[in-house]
Design a protein around this ligand. Structure first.
Ligand code: PLP
Length: 401
């Protein structure tokens, strides 16, 4: 018997869905037969294996349907990190005779940034675009940075920390008049918003199942028909010979189902989550002093709430929230006694005293209004206690008129 949806979370308020999501019960049920009876290798020619090949095709079709593309455009990978690595390193390798210039942004996930650093060490030149105080890329700046030798532009669809949704359609339009390949890291966006890859002229798109109630360790790379990427893993003929290795059938089946479920009820789920997001933002902005919302009010992921609280450290807040049974994530890390804001928060140019106190709350369809009320109440209590211990806060309170 599978547990009821969310029952295992009864003691927790889980507000870290950008880190990972609960595996949906329906997805788990779909996967189970492939972990037990249907164990054949999809490359085998007898039924036990060949049936699994059909399961792979079904999952590919389920995903292709959500993007309005063809099943052959979907390449299964081990997740967002692999998809990003393949997109960046693959394009760099394939088009190196044409140029060695790549454009990306300062607020990408490390899967993109560290792939860029890898390429820099191998002679590629990377332009890292700035973002404004809400985390938006300046499309004009991007246009100006394009050169004849620019082979790739990689801009994330939605930011994993602050939820900003980038003007991907406009960037795609600009790149219509340039030969650079357009990659978008949609790991936080896929399953949470419509992504018309063809209309937006996206060549490559990365996604990861565990961000939309699918299993961990599985994702995909969308590759447009006109593009030929080099093999990423060398071996057998799986994934059109480009990504060798026996397929993770249960996980792929789970990802297909999770994608289908996410898009079946996308509008209603996302609007329900967005309402709670706006309620939480409203309460924090109106009831807590010395705090700052990161990311825009609209045009942000439906599930993302990110705030910087002055006079406290983000990591400490997360630990204290955990003691209240609330899971959230810090936008700063403490190393050797020194608290540093994440590269995303730093790119927003907010004062350091604020940046150090950054916390991200990411909601899901499981989140209730009571969860938000309890979280706001816990935050108020924790902030009151902790700020009282901060000499800077005390001094400020004393001198306040
Ligand atoms: N890209 C973004 C924007 C992410 O948020 C993440 C994970 O948090 C990744 C890539 C990496 O995905 P995965 O955990 O599937 O490797």
């Amino acid at each position: 018997m599978l547990p009821e949806r969310g029952s295992h979370l009864s003691k927790h308020i889980y507000l870290d869905n950008a880190a990972t999501t609960r595996l949906s019960k329906e997805v788990c049920e779909e996967m189970l037969p492939y972990l037990t009876d249907h164990f054949g290798n999809p490359s085998s020619i007898y039924d036990l294996g060949a049936n699994n090949k059909s399961a792979l095709l079904h999952a590919r079709k389920q995903i292709a349907h959500t993007l309005s593309c063809e099943p052959q455009n979907i390449f299964f990978t081990s997740g967002g990190t692999e998809s990003d690595n393949w997109a960046l390193i693959g394009v760099a390798e394939q088009y190196k005779e044409k140029g060695k210039h790549i454009i990306t942004t300062k607020i990408e996930h490390h899967a993109v940034l560290n792939s860029c650093h890898y390429l820099e060490k191998r002679g590629y030149e990377i332009t890292y675009l700035n973002v404004d105080e809400q985390g938006y890329v300046d499309v004009e700046q991007l246009r100006q940075k394009l050169r004849n030798d620019t082979i790739l532009v990689s801009v994330m669809l939605a930011n994993n920390e602050i939820g900003t949704i980038q003007p991907i359609r406009q960037i795609g339009e600009i790149l219509q008049h340039h030969s650079a390949i357009f990659h978008t890291d949609a790991v936080q966006a896929y399953g949470h918003m419509e992504i018309p890859v063809k209309d937006w002229h996206i060549d490559l798109l990365s996604a990861s199942a565990h961000k939309f109630h699918g299993p961990k360790g599985i994702g995909f790379l969308y590759v447009n028909n006109n593009l030929k990427l080099p093999s990423f893993l060398h071996g057998g003929q799986q994934e059109q010979g480009l990504r060798a290795g026996t397929e993770n059938v249960p996980a792929i089946v789970g990802m297909g189902k999770a994608a289908e479920l996410a898009y079946e009820k996308l509008k209603e789920t996302q609007s329900q989550i967005a309402q709670l997001r706006d309620y939480m933002i409203y309460r924090l902005e109106n009831e807590i002093s010395f705090c700052h919302r990161n990311g825009p009010r609209v045009n942000r992921l439906a599930n993302n709430v990110n705030f910087s609280f002055e006079f406290v450290e983000g990591e400490a807040l997360v630990i204290l929230l955990d003691m209240e049974g609330i899971c959230a994530s810090a936008g700063s890390a403490c190393n050797a006694g020194q608290t540093t804001a994440s590269h995303v928060i730093q790119a927003l140019h907010i004062p350091d005293e604020l940046a150090r106190g950054t916390v991200r709350f990411t909601l899901s369809e499981d989140t209730t209004k009571e969860d938000i009320d309890d979280t706001v109440a816990a935050l108020k209590k924790i902030l009151e206690k902790n700020r009282a211990l901060n000499p800077r806060y005390q001094a400020m309170i004393k001198t306040a008129p």
